[in-house]
Design a protein around this ligand. Structure first.
Ligand SMILES: NC(=O)c1ccc[n+]([C@@H]2O[C@H](COP(=O)([O-])OP(=O)(O)OC[C@H]3O[C@@H](n4cnc5c(N)ncnc54)[C@H](OP(=O)(O)O)[C@@H]3O)[C@@H](O)[C@H]2O)c1
Length: 192
């Protein structure tokens, strides 16, 4: 039977790679969620769908009948509440959350952990990815592109931070493995 998977943040650094890998996988109905789905390009078997965290009316159609969701957390204080509300619309689906490295060392009240706990509490089955910094930040104008191109510098936020650049394509490959085989990755955290 065909499985239906929603990828949120389908234009993002990892999201677009998750879409690319799943589009090449048979037996998948693939929904690519973006705030402006008209800008998504890709394979014929990819269904662009509008998904906007700030517009809950866009959620039901995006999650209708899904078996699994690649979840990119919204950068909002109430992200934990929004995530639990979304998961309630897709009971039984497997959630693969993109979190961040070091989350396991944070106190439960920290935003990052609150988001993870929202998934752990609301989802019947889940996998949490805890990646290091994306290599693609170096060419992203929201991150380092201008500093490198114009200033020829790579400013780092804090001394002593443990940073190992990881390719977003590798994170996407881990996400796809968990999306396609939920039983093997259920209730597991993957540092990548
Ligand atoms: N960058 C890193 O090095 C790094 C490292 C570890 C963890 N992370 C985590 O990975 C996630 C994404 O990382 P990033 O900052 O590099 O971004 P990104 O992957 O380049 O893109 C972020 C995505 O979020 C989507 N988005 C933004 N606002 C949205 C909204 N209101 N509703 C629906 N989708 C929305 C955007 O979708 P549209 O394009 O459709 O608007 C975009 O596809 C974040 O949670 C970040 O904390 C990042």
């Amino acid at each position: 039977m065909k499985r239906t998977i929603l990828v949120t943040g389908a234009r993002g650094k990892t999201g677009r790679e998750v879409v690319r890998l799943l589009a090449a996988t048979s037996g998948i109905t693939l929904r690519a969620g973006a705030s402006q789905p008209g800008t998504l390009t890709g394979a014929a078997n990819v269904q662009p769908v509008r998904f906007d965290w700030s517009d809950p009316q866009s959620w039901p159609a995006a999650v209708d009948g899904v078996d699994a969701i690649y979840l990119m957390r919204p950068d909002l204080p109430e992200a934990d509440f929004l995530i639990a509300s979304l998961i309630a619309l897709a009971p039984g689906s497997h959630i693969v959350l993109l979190s961040e490295q070091g989350a396991d060392r944070l106190p439960d009240g920290d935003w990052v952990r609150r988001v993870e706990r929202a998934v752990e509490g609301a989802a019947q089955s889940w996998t949490i990815l805890r990646p290091n910094w994306f290599q693609q930040d170096l060419t992203d104008p929201r991150f380092y592109l201008d500093a490198i191109r114009q200033g020829r510098q790579l400013p780092m936020p804090s001394a002593g931070a443990s940073i190992a650049w990881v390719d977003a394509r590798d994170i996407a490959a881990v996400a796809v493995t968990a999306l396609l085989d939920p039983a093997a990755h259920d209730r597991k955290n993957h540092t990548c």
